[in-house]
Design a binder for this molecule. Structure first.
Ligand SMILES: Cc1cn([C@H]2C[C@H](O)[C@@H](COP(=O)(O)OP(=O)(O)O[C@H]3O[C@@H](C)C(=O)[C@@H](O)[C@H]3O)O2)c(=O)[nH]c1=O
Length: 184
């Protein structure tokens, strides 16, 4: 299992080792000790699984406010996504900066997104399923979001505004400059 920094502090790209044979493959998809060896000490408490039926589905940009902020460890079970993490820590030298990576069932790579980051993804194929671990429970009261295509962030998404498939909630999320209620 390879763990590499991914452009912003605390964001990592994880590449498990797959053992292929005539039946298919086997891989360890999560090793606490490997993450610990890279100084990543996280106690995951919840696993999530979602299906996005249509290609071009955009979910995000989401985060939970303190004290329910979440670290996320995400991978793709079926299909592929362009996955993005945005630094939303106001006191960070990289505030407002983003990093993106393509994760797929084929490349089996994972992204680790720390607390203090907003997260979103765009599906690159129909029927894409993702799985992710989080280290704080879901709390609707702490659930927050920022508009996926906020020009001030400027994410280079693989879809246009006309192509993106969004939830009603995500389509009306505030721009980063108008988010003033967080406690990150
Ligand atoms: C995230 C979440 C949602 N739900 C419920 C709330 C709602 O009724 C339904 C769908 O929720 P959402 O529309 O927020 O689902 P979704 O848009 O997939 O939200 C997810 O997006 C990605 C980008 C993330 O980073 C995740 O942390 C999460 O925010 O599922 C839970 O019960 N537990 C959870 O942990």
């Amino acid at each position: 299992m390879k763990v590499e920094p991914l452009g912003l502090p605390g964001v990592f790209l994880i590449t498990p080792t797959a053992h292929g044979d005539a039946r298919g493959f086997f891989m360890e998809s999560y090793r606490r000790d490997v993450l610990l060896a890279h100084g990543i000490d996280i106690e995951f408490v919840q696993d999530n699984h979602s299906l996005s039926a249509q290609k071009g589905t955009v979910r995000g940009l989401h985060y939970q406010e303190e004290p329910m902020a979440q670290t996320k460890l995400l991978r793709v079970l079926l299909g592929s996504v362009y996955d993005v993490a945005v630094d939303i820590r106001r006191d960070s030298p990289t505030f407002g900066k983003w990093v993106g990576v393509t994760l797929s069932a084929e490349n089996r790579q994972q992204i680790l997104i720390p607390k203090g980051f907003a997260h979103g993804f765009c599906t690159l194929e129909t029927n894409t399923q993702i799985h992710y671990k989080v280290d704080a429970y879901y709390s609707a009261a702490h659930d927050r979001g920022i508009r996926w295509n906020d020009p001030a962030i400027g994410i280079d998404w693989p879809v246009t505004e006309a192509e993106a498939v969004l939830s009603a909630k995500d389509a009306t999320l505030p721009m980063l400059k108008n988010v003033n209620s967080w406690t990150l």
